[in-house]
Write a protein that binds this ligand. Structure first.
Ligand code: ADP
Ligand code: MG
Length: 214
């Protein structure tokens, strides 16, 4: 299936074309329609199968098409286990956001807290970060998630392996309202920890699993 067949905003098709991306991968084909219907989603497929665009495109589409719940709060929060992964997701997000006017912010542990707080004061619609530092900004009231529309957990299995369950629950609570959509991506879904956190953070999720024999 070609990206043009997903009824995506035209501003999203141009940056895909520039990168030579035309045909959706299997996980993108299965996950994007579910996410674009506003449903909660648990998705797994192997590394390198294109999970980043499978969540970035529906998130961008939602922000471009729908009116914000709040003018000031972040609309989409994307959590990744490591700084390196956050940077990779962020650079793909920047390519997609380039022609849209959407504001983005990257919030990593180990970098200057006050600079990040200043960047968050500019009310970015998308925030990408690692759970520890995002949790710190929440605790210091530098980040507000009452109007958050989408919470995206990338590599949820690794975030839990690294001990981030408390931060995920803290973030979940800060963004706890019935209109929130939650997407969970993982390389595997057979861990008890992943299923436990999914039970706490997601509402009647659709499961999409590619290449695990189920
Ligand atoms: P994952 O998160 O599943 O490990 P990524 O989202 O990091 O995978 O994507 C891996 C690589 O595949 C990236 O270089 C990305 O640009 C590329 N890619 C993603 N979607 C497509 C596509 N539809 N067609 C071709 N390449 C793609
Ligand atoms: Mg990935």
């Amino acid at each position: 299936m070609h990206f043009e067949e997903f009824s995506l905003d035209r501003r999203l098709i141009a940056p895909l074309d520039h990168q030579g991306l035309e045909v959706a991968t299997e996980i993108q084909q299965q996950a994007m329609p579910v996410a674009m219907q506003g449903k909660d989603l648990i998705a797994s497929s192997k590394t390198g199968s294109g999970k980043t665009l499978a969540f970035l495109l529906p998130a961008m589409q939602r922000v471009l098409k729908q009116r914000a719940l709040s003018k000031r709060d972040a609309r989409v929060l994307i959590l990744t286990p490591t700084r390196e992964l956050a940077k990779q997701v962020y650079s793909q997000l920047r390519l997609l956001a380039a022609g849209t006017g959407i504001k983005t912010c990257l919030v990593l542990g180990g970098e200057n807290f006050n600079d990040q707080a200043k960047a968050l004061q500019k009310d970015p619609q998308f925030v990408v970060g690692t759970p520890g530092r995002i949790g710190d900004h929440l605790a210091q009231r530098q980040l507000h998630l009452n109007g958050l529309e989408m919470l995206i957990l990338d590599e949820a299995d690794r975030m839990l392996d690294l001990g981030f369950a408390p931060q995920l629950l803290q973030i979940n609570q800060a963004a706890d309202h019935r209109l929130r959509q939650t997407l969970l991506f993982s390389a595997t879904l057979d861990s008890a920890e992943v299923n436990d956190i999914a039970k706490q953070l997601l509402k009647t999720p659709v499961r999409v699993s590619i290449g695990h024999g189920n």
